[in-house]
Design a protein around this ligand. Structure first.
Ligand code: SF4
Ligand code: F3S
Ligand code: FES
Length: 255
């Protein structure tokens, strides 16, 4: 326990909150400057059932434990910065409601996403994740002369890669994958989703380069179709299906 560990007591409400539930928020905490190892700390909180887990974390940070570290930005499920392991499953803290996880008097557990080095509390080092993302060249490649007007694409051609455009790079998929847990070199589902988005874009010409990247030892064949990634995705992207489509494209070297 650290010197800043709060005593178990019900935290008073913020003036703007109308409380009706009392819940316990257990957070897996680690401060590399103070702690030899990570440990649980519990915070009793009064809240409304419709509050989001991010509201509770903000409340704890602003009123109880200012040293609590976590990432968040948009608070509306768009920026992808607050993926966490909440009650045993990867979720966005700003999207999941307390009432959808527990009942009045229940306990929420909040841990950092797995497979990436914890820097402090709920903040992990995202660089390996973004290295994999960058490795699939997640941008439009086409050296043909620019046509007058636009590079046209039919609605049907656009539909083929529509799902991948919804990705917010939250890493919930990659850090729920058992293959990634045991081998952090595995490129991971998020990078494959990003590769899919460009490989299947009828205007893009970079598929062959991406196939080379994906066909490596740490690439797409590491996937064992565990489906955790699809279940974890907060944008409801059929991640495993997109991975299978990319596998077929790599196998036949065509889209
Ligand atoms: Fe997050 Fe889904 Fe993108 Fe994976 S595919 S990074 S879970 S939005
Ligand atoms: Fe992992 Fe998803 Fe494949 S969980 S094993 S990337 S289907
Ligand atoms: Fe942006 Fe949750 S804070 S997705």
């Amino acid at each position: 326990m650290t010197a800043t560990t709060p005593q178990p007591q019900t935290i008073p409400l913020a003036p703007s909150m109308v409380a009706s539930w009392k819940v316990n928020v257990k957070i897996y905490r680690y401060n590399p400057e103070q702690d030899k190892k990570a440990h649980w700390e519990a915070y009793p909180v009064e809240c409304e059932p419709g509050d989001r887990v991010l509201d509770l974390l903000n409340y704890i940070k602003w009123y109880v434990e200012p040293s609590l570290a976590y990432r968040r930005s948009c608070a509306h499920g768009v920026c992808g910065s607050d993926a966490m392991l909440i009650n045993g499953r990867n979720r966005l803290a700003c999207k999941i409601l307390v009432k959808d996880l527990i009942k009045n008097g229940g306990t929420l557990t909040v841990e950092p996403i797995r497979g990436l080095k914890v820097e402090k509390d709920l903040i992990v080092d995202m660089e390996p994740f973004f290295d994999s993302y960058r490795s699939v060249m997640p941008y439009f490649i086409n050296d043909d002369p620019t046509p007058p007007g636009e590079r046209l694409q039919s609605p049907a051609e656009r539909e083929v890669f529509d799902q991948g455009t919804k990705c917010i790079l939250c890493a919930a998929c990659t850090t729920s994958c058992p293959i990634f847990w045991v081998n952090g070199q595995y490129i991971g589902p998020a990078a494959i989703v990003q590769a899919h988005r460009f490989i299947f874009d009828s205007r893009d010409k970079g598929a062959a380069e991406r196939f080379k990247q994906l066909d490596q030892n740490t690439g797409i064949w590491r996937c064992r179709t565990a489906y955790n990634c699809t279940e974890a995705c907060p944008r409801d992207i059929p991640v495993t299906q997109l991975i299978e489509e990319v596998k077929r494209a790599v196998l036949y070297q065509s889209v």
